[in-house]
Design a protein around this ligand. Structure first.
Ligand SMILES: *[C@@H]1O[C@H](CO)[C@@H](O)[C@H](O)[C@H]1NC(C)=O
Ligand SMILES: *[C@@H]1O[C@H](CO)[C@@H](O)[C@H](O)[C@H]1NC(C)=O
Ligand SMILES: *[C@@H]1O[C@H](CO)[C@@H](O)[C@H](O)[C@H]1NC(C)=O
Length: 247
């Protein structure tokens, strides 16, 4: 029996689609391998959807995975989710510094506004374990952060121009535009201050009323224009100090 427990977690910047159940697929009484915790994310609406899970550490296993997906309403049409093992050269993941081994699979040709069910079954000599995840692409949209964030002073004024470029993985920019949010922070005797600005549809913003001699950390995130899913992770901070004196 599949129990329904809808949860939305965020881990490693990936959304765990609503996991609506999981069960052990074998009758074995031996120690079953831990269930893979599957997270799915669409970094380029609507075509770039990946699901990933980490291989349980510890036990040296001969575990392999079967990953399939189907529309919730179409039980008969089951497609293979293309598996990419950890460390594979074709992996779109940046090599993470952690020892975590991430498996992922790529889903093709997803329809818009359609419920899907992903089935990740780990097969090992001891036991097979199935994890199911349910999602609609629109709910798991999360772009990669904007790139090429550049900050430059504007004239001799207490202003900074911030420019950036959209993430390259967002491949349908003309059909599905992005909007952006900006935050900048500075430290103060009593702690940090952060300002949030936006959303902007442009890729250039001028910040005003800044203080001379103060160091600012500036970051940008990208979100689908109509607000599908969530904003990307923040870009890595660009540090800028407004010079203390006018020339
Ligand atoms: C999940 O996939 C496994 C392996 O293909 C299969 O045996 C199992 O029946 C599937 N479970 C569901 C609920 O679709
Ligand atoms: C796990 O699944 C594989 C392939 O579907 C099957 O051959 C094997 O017998 C299963 N193992 C157990 C322990 O149920
Ligand atoms: C804000 O505080 C954190 C630690 O609490 C620090 O690492 C960071 O550099 C501070 N930000 C600024 C703009 O100073």
């Amino acid at each position: 029996m599949v129990t329904r427990s809808v949860l939305v977690l965020q881990a490693c910047g990936f959304i765990l689609a609503s996991v609506f159940g999981s069960q052990s697929a074998s009758g074995s009484t031996g120690a079953a391998p831990p269930k893979p915790s599957v997270r799915c994310r669409c970094a380029g609406y609507p075509t770039q959807t990946l699901c990933l899970w980490s291989e349980p550490g510890g036990q040296a296993t001969s575990t392999h995975y079967i990953a399939t997906y189907r529309e919730r309403k179409e039980r008969a049409v089951v497609k293979d989710c293309l598996l990419v093992p950890p460390g594979s050269p074709s992996s779109p993941l940046k090599s993470s510094s952690s020892s975590e081994k991430l498996w992922l699979c790529q889903l093709d040709d997803l329809k818009l506004y359609t419920d899907y069910i992903l089935n990740v079954t780990s097969v090992s000599p001891l036991a097979n374990t199935t994890q199911l995840a349910s999602f609609m692409v629109e709910d798991i949209v999360k772009p990669d952060p904007p790139v090429e964030v550049k900050v430059s002073p504007v004239g001799g004024l207490r202003k900074l121009a911030v420019e950036w470029a959209p993430p390259l993985t967002w491949s349908n920019l003309d059909i599905f535009p992005l909007k952006y949010q900006l935050r900048y922070s500075w430290s103060h005797r009593h702690g940090n201050h952060t300002m949030h600005l936006g959303p902007y549809e442009s890729t250039r913003v001028v910040l005003g009323a800044l203080a001379r001699g103060r160091t600012y950390l500036i970051q940008v995130c990208a979100m689908e224009l109509l607000g599908l899913g969530e904003c990307s992770d923040w870009s890595s901070p660009v540090e800028t100090m407004l010079t203390a004196r006018r020339h």
